[in-house]
Design a protein. Structure first.
Length: 463
């Protein structure tokens, strides 16, 4: 069940009922939890089904076409309920609202209110106006703040034992394929003290695994302190009582220096897992993408990370079919994947976003070719992943347990150091005679594999 991450007093009577749909990335999920918490504190009651609710909030993603299609589908489903008289109002928030603004109202006039990314804390006032039949202001947008909004008073919808901790907002990168700076603004670091305070509140609420997220995690501190401060932040977070694992996501290749590598390697709490979205490896593609790194620099970085951080799992994401990608450039990407043997890898086909510089590049590729290249790359990666799984047989791993397997006795679904929630593989754990619970971190012996997932037997509780 969702729960507030802090002790706060709640009104005794509900002002109204609402449902909530959260789409998109973990950064958006943090925004959703903040809005949920504010609505709860203000006296609104969350219900599981929008059918019959006073209103619904759809927190959207607007990153690429596939994500927008999912957001449009969710909005249209809610508007249909409203048209049938089964839902009073529809509030649309998040990145799609920020990206399309009033055009979204023009295209879907049944939407009652829009709430931009940086106006999320106004959601209670928007709900009050909606239920008070005050429709003079249907769109609420605010400019990107100099400092990120606080993410306290969240009504968390992740399992109790893990939570996402957003350490900055926005992005200063100008990657030619990406519209995030248009939606999320420039990079803004959340002060060290605020991040640590949020981590302490989450730990007090039972969080054992902190997952650090941002648009550009390694850039943390540059705007506020004049230099990267992620290594210092990690040392501060290690001191938070109750936190057992710290997982690092969205590492841009730049600003990963020796001090940061040492902070990760020397830590007992930072799991040996790094998510580094590389997008491509051929120098011409990297130049056209404006990634500001080269193949040689990337390969040197990966070698340095692997040599310095024992047992490191590397995750990356790649793009196939970027404008102008030749057959030889794609083959260089395939060779790179074969050589590097990433334990975790995702592949996207290039999405032409009309308000990005890459939309104006020549030599766009047909969708069929983009998809064929993606499938080929995933076939290469599948073999690598299956071989890595086979090599885990007989090893012992620490596994955090997320939830029981329905219908099974003392069989759990968990994740190892190598697995971030929702995007990576799973570890199925048999407890035997050991009494296990969600949030336990247990030592498991790996005995089998099922495609991308591992199967283990609990041999002892570790943390």
């Amino acid at each position: 069940m969702p729960r507030l991450s802090e002790n706060v007093s709640l009104p005794s009577a509900a002002k109204g009922t609402y449902a909530f749909v959260s789409l998109g990335c973990p950064k958006n999920l943090v925004d959703s939890e903040r809005m949920l918490g504010l609505l709860q504190i203000d006296g609104y009651r969350l219900v599981p089904d929008p059918d019959g609710a006073d209103f619904v909030v759809v927190n959207t993603c607007g990153f690429i076409e596939q994500a927008r299609d999912e957001s449009f589908a969710a909005i249209d489903e809610m508007l249909q309920l409203k048209a049938q008289g089964r839902l009073r109002g529809v509030i649309v928030s998040g990145c799609l609202a920020e990206r399309q603004k009033e055009q979204l109202l023009a295209d879907r006039p049944g939407i009652d209110s829009l709430v931009g990314v940086f106006a999320r804390d106004e959601v209670t006032r928007v709900a009050d106006r909606l239920l008070g039949h005050l429709d003079e202001q249907r769109a609420v947008f605010q400019p990107a703040p100099i400092r990120p909004l606080l993410d306290t008073d969240r009504l968390r919808i992740t399992p109790r034992h893990f939570a996402y901790l957003k350490i900055s907002e926005g992005c200063d990168r100008l990657c030619t394929f990406c519209a995030i700076p248009k939606m999320r603004g420039k990079h803004a670091t959340k002060p060290l003290e605020d991040v640590v305070r949020e981590a302490q509140q989450l730990a007090a609420d039972g969080v054992r695994e902190l997952i650090l997220v941002a648009q550009d995690t390694t850039y943390y501190g540059m705007d506020l302190y004049g230099e990267p401060r992620l290594a210092e932040l990690l040392r501060r977070l290690e001191q938070v009582d109750g936190i057992a694992w710290i997982r690092l996501m969205y590492f841009y290749p730049m600003y990963i220096d020796d001090a940061l590598i040492e902070a990760i390697a020397a830590s007992d709490k930072i799991v040996p897992y790094l998510d580094i979205p590389l997008q491509h490896i051929h120098d011409e593609m990297l130049r056209r993408m404006a990634r500001r790194v080269t193949q040689r620099e990337t390969e040197e970085l990966l070698a340095r990370l692997r040599s310095r951080i024992p047992g490191l799992t590397l995750r990356t994401t790649l793009i196939t079919g970027f404008p102008g990608e030749t057959a030889d450039q794609f083959e260089a990407l395939v060779d790179f994947v074969r050589t590097q043997r990433f334990q975790r890898l995702g592949v996207f086909t290039y999405s032409c976003e009309p308000d990005t510089p890459s939309a104006n590049l020549p030599d766009h590729l047909p969708e069929q070719l983009k998809n064929e290249r993606r499938e080929r790359l995933m076939e290469v990666q599948q073999q690598i992943a299956f071989e890595w799984n086979q090599a885990q047989f007989g090893t012992r791993k620490h596994v955090i347990l997320d939830r029981p397997v329905p219908g099974e006795s003392n069989v759990w679904i968990g994740r190892s150091h190598a697995d971030a929630p929702d995007i990576d593989a799973l570890v199925y754990v048999t407890g035997g005679k050991k009494r296990l619970a969600a949030g336990d971190i247990v030592t498991c012996e790996i005995v089998a594999a099922r495609e991308y997932d591992l199967i283990g037997v609990a041999t002892g509780k570790t943390l």
